[in-house]
Ligand binder design. Structure first.
Ligand code: SAM
Length: 162
Protein backbone atom coordinates (compact mmCIF):
# COMPACT_ATOMS: atom_id res chain seq x y z
CA UNK A 1 0.00 0.00 0.00
CA UNK A 2 1.38 3.42 -0.87
CA UNK A 3 2.23 5.63 2.12
CA UNK A 4 -0.51 8.19 1.33
CA UNK A 5 -3.20 5.47 1.21
CA UNK A 6 -1.90 3.97 4.43
CA UNK A 7 -2.22 7.38 6.13
CA UNK A 8 -5.72 7.84 4.70
CA UNK A 9 -6.84 4.39 5.90
CA UNK A 10 -5.30 5.01 9.34
CA UNK A 11 -7.21 8.32 9.66
CA UNK A 12 -10.51 6.66 8.66
CA UNK A 13 -9.88 3.81 11.09
CA UNK A 14 -9.25 6.24 13.96
CA UNK A 15 -12.28 8.39 13.06
CA UNK A 16 -14.63 5.39 13.06
CA UNK A 17 -13.05 3.94 16.22
CA UNK A 18 -12.89 0.49 14.62
CA UNK A 19 -11.28 -2.02 16.99
CA UNK A 20 -11.34 -5.08 14.74
CA UNK A 21 -8.85 -3.84 12.15
CA UNK A 22 -5.06 -3.73 12.05
CA UNK A 23 -3.11 -1.86 9.38
CA UNK A 24 0.40 -3.01 8.54
CA UNK A 25 2.57 -0.98 6.21
CA UNK A 26 5.58 -2.76 4.80
CA UNK A 27 7.03 -5.19 2.31
CA UNK A 28 4.31 -7.78 1.71
CA UNK A 29 6.63 -10.76 1.26
CA UNK A 30 8.44 -9.89 4.50
CA UNK A 31 5.17 -9.49 6.42
CA UNK A 32 3.94 -12.84 5.08
CA UNK A 33 7.17 -14.61 5.98
CA UNK A 34 7.91 -13.03 9.34
CA UNK A 35 5.03 -10.88 10.54
CA UNK A 36 1.81 -12.82 10.24
CA UNK A 37 0.74 -16.07 11.93
CA UNK A 38 0.06 -19.25 9.96
CA UNK A 39 -3.40 -20.70 9.45
CA UNK A 40 -5.32 -17.84 11.07
CA UNK A 41 -7.33 -16.30 8.21
CA UNK A 42 -10.86 -17.25 7.14
CA UNK A 43 -10.38 -15.16 3.98
CA UNK A 44 -7.36 -13.58 2.31
CA UNK A 45 -8.09 -10.79 -0.19
CA UNK A 46 -5.48 -9.90 -2.81
CA UNK A 47 -6.59 -7.34 -5.37
CA UNK A 48 -4.51 -5.98 -8.24
CA UNK A 49 -1.10 -6.87 -6.84
CA UNK A 50 1.74 -5.48 -8.95
CA UNK A 51 2.38 -7.97 -11.82
CA UNK A 52 6.11 -7.16 -12.10
CA UNK A 53 6.10 -7.94 -15.86
CA UNK A 54 9.88 -7.70 -16.39
CA UNK A 55 11.40 -11.14 -15.91
CA UNK A 56 14.21 -9.81 -13.67
CA UNK A 57 11.55 -8.42 -11.30
CA UNK A 58 9.25 -11.45 -11.21
CA UNK A 59 10.77 -12.73 -7.97
CA UNK A 60 8.90 -9.83 -6.33
CA UNK A 61 5.50 -11.30 -7.29
CA UNK A 62 3.13 -12.30 -4.53
CA UNK A 63 2.13 -15.36 -6.53
CA UNK A 64 5.02 -17.44 -7.82
CA UNK A 65 6.15 -20.99 -7.10
CA UNK A 66 8.53 -19.58 -4.49
CA UNK A 67 6.01 -17.32 -2.72
CA UNK A 68 2.59 -18.95 -3.08
CA UNK A 69 2.95 -20.90 0.17
CA UNK A 70 3.49 -17.64 2.06
CA UNK A 71 0.01 -16.55 0.96
CA UNK A 72 -1.77 -19.92 1.23
CA UNK A 73 -0.16 -20.57 4.63
CA UNK A 74 -2.26 -17.72 6.10
CA UNK A 75 -5.48 -19.66 5.48
CA UNK A 76 -7.21 -21.74 8.08
CA UNK A 77 -8.58 -25.12 6.83
CA UNK A 78 -11.64 -24.29 4.73
CA UNK A 79 -10.39 -20.72 4.24
CA UNK A 80 -10.85 -18.71 1.04
CA UNK A 81 -8.56 -16.68 -1.16
CA UNK A 82 -10.08 -13.91 -3.30
CA UNK A 83 -7.92 -12.49 -6.09
CA UNK A 84 -8.36 -10.06 -8.96
CA UNK A 85 -6.10 -8.55 -11.59
CA UNK A 86 -6.38 -6.60 -14.82
CA UNK A 87 -3.04 -8.03 -15.95
CA UNK A 88 -4.59 -11.08 -17.62
CA UNK A 89 -1.37 -12.90 -18.42
CA UNK A 90 -0.36 -12.80 -14.76
CA UNK A 91 -3.93 -13.73 -13.76
CA UNK A 92 -3.79 -16.87 -15.92
CA UNK A 93 -0.47 -17.82 -14.32
CA UNK A 94 -1.98 -17.35 -10.86
CA UNK A 95 -5.06 -19.42 -11.86
CA UNK A 96 -2.82 -22.27 -13.09
CA UNK A 97 -0.59 -22.07 -9.98
CA UNK A 98 -3.57 -22.23 -7.62
CA UNK A 99 -5.26 -25.02 -9.62
CA UNK A 100 -2.08 -27.11 -9.27
CA UNK A 101 -2.46 -27.16 -5.45
CA UNK A 102 -4.12 -30.47 -4.49
CA UNK A 103 -6.17 -28.97 -1.63
CA UNK A 104 -7.45 -25.88 -3.45
CA UNK A 105 -10.76 -25.66 -5.30
CA UNK A 106 -10.46 -22.70 -7.69
CA UNK A 107 -13.30 -20.93 -9.44
CA UNK A 108 -13.38 -17.96 -11.77
CA UNK A 109 -15.79 -15.25 -10.76
CA UNK A 110 -17.35 -14.03 -14.01
CA UNK A 111 -19.04 -10.63 -14.30
CA UNK A 112 -17.89 -9.15 -11.01
CA UNK A 113 -18.18 -9.86 -7.30
CA UNK A 114 -21.59 -9.99 -5.71
CA UNK A 115 -21.89 -6.52 -4.17
CA UNK A 116 -19.72 -4.83 -6.80
CA UNK A 117 -16.14 -3.58 -6.96
CA UNK A 118 -14.12 -4.22 -3.82
CA UNK A 119 -11.27 -1.75 -4.21
CA UNK A 120 -10.49 1.62 -5.78
CA UNK A 121 -8.53 0.06 -8.62
CA UNK A 122 -11.33 -2.37 -9.38
CA UNK A 123 -13.92 0.44 -9.52
CA UNK A 124 -11.61 2.50 -11.75
CA UNK A 125 -10.84 -0.37 -14.12
CA UNK A 126 -14.50 -1.41 -14.31
CA UNK A 127 -15.43 2.18 -15.24
CA UNK A 128 -12.76 2.08 -17.97
CA UNK A 129 -14.18 -1.21 -19.28
CA UNK A 130 -10.92 -3.11 -18.74
CA UNK A 131 -11.23 -6.90 -18.58
CA UNK A 132 -10.60 -8.21 -15.08
CA UNK A 133 -9.76 -11.76 -14.05
CA UNK A 134 -11.26 -12.69 -10.67
CA UNK A 135 -10.62 -15.92 -8.78
CA UNK A 136 -11.96 -17.44 -5.62
CA UNK A 137 -10.13 -20.45 -4.17
CA UNK A 138 -11.18 -22.52 -1.19
CA UNK A 139 -8.76 -24.60 0.82
CA UNK A 140 -10.41 -28.00 1.24
CA UNK A 141 -7.93 -29.17 3.91
CA UNK A 142 -4.80 -27.85 5.57
CA UNK A 143 -2.36 -25.67 3.60
CA UNK A 144 0.17 -28.33 2.65
CA UNK A 145 3.21 -27.10 0.68
CA UNK A 146 2.49 -26.36 -2.98
CA UNK A 147 4.15 -29.00 -5.23
CA UNK A 148 5.67 -26.24 -7.40
CA UNK A 149 7.14 -24.60 -4.29
CA UNK A 150 8.69 -27.88 -3.18
CA UNK A 151 10.33 -28.30 -6.62
CA UNK A 152 11.52 -24.66 -6.52
CA UNK A 153 13.13 -25.03 -3.10
CA UNK A 154 14.71 -28.38 -3.99
CA UNK A 155 16.15 -26.87 -7.19
CA UNK A 156 17.51 -23.87 -5.27
CA UNK A 157 19.15 -26.10 -2.67
CA UNK A 158 20.40 -28.66 -5.20
CA UNK A 159 18.35 -31.47 -3.55
CA UNK A 160 15.86 -33.83 -5.22
CA UNK A 161 12.26 -33.24 -4.06
CA UNK A 162 11.28 -35.96 -1.59
C1 SAM B 1 -2.23 -1.67 -8.27
S1 SAM B 1 -2.22 -1.21 -6.57
C2 SAM B 1 -3.68 -2.00 -5.95
C3 SAM B 1 -4.15 -1.38 -4.66
C4 SAM B 1 -5.44 -2.00 -4.06
N1 SAM B 1 -5.22 -3.40 -3.71
C5 SAM B 1 -6.61 -1.86 -4.99
O1 SAM B 1 -7.02 -2.87 -5.59
O2 SAM B 1 -7.13 -0.75 -5.13
C6 SAM B 1 -0.89 -2.22 -5.98
C7 SAM B 1 -0.45 -1.83 -4.58
O3 SAM B 1 0.47 -2.81 -4.09
C8 SAM B 1 1.52 -2.15 -3.40
N2 SAM B 1 2.68 -3.05 -3.46
C9 SAM B 1 3.35 -3.45 -4.55
N3 SAM B 1 4.35 -4.30 -4.23
C10 SAM B 1 4.32 -4.41 -2.88
C11 SAM B 1 5.11 -5.12 -1.94
N4 SAM B 1 6.12 -5.90 -2.32
N5 SAM B 1 4.77 -5.02 -0.63
C12 SAM B 1 3.74 -4.25 -0.23
N6 SAM B 1 2.96 -3.54 -1.07
C13 SAM B 1 3.26 -3.62 -2.38
C14 SAM B 1 1.71 -0.85 -4.15
O4 SAM B 1 2.30 0.12 -3.32
C15 SAM B 1 0.25 -0.49 -4.49
O5 SAM B 1 -0.33 0.25 -3.42
Amino acid sequence: MAREYFALAARRLARRRLANLALLHGEALYLLAAGLPRGFAATVHVYFPDPWPKSRHQKRRLFSAASVDLVLGLLEPGGRLCFATDFLEYGEEVAALLAAHPALVVERVEGGWPGGARTNYEAKYEAEGRPILRLEARLAGAATPHPAGVVEIAAASGAAPG
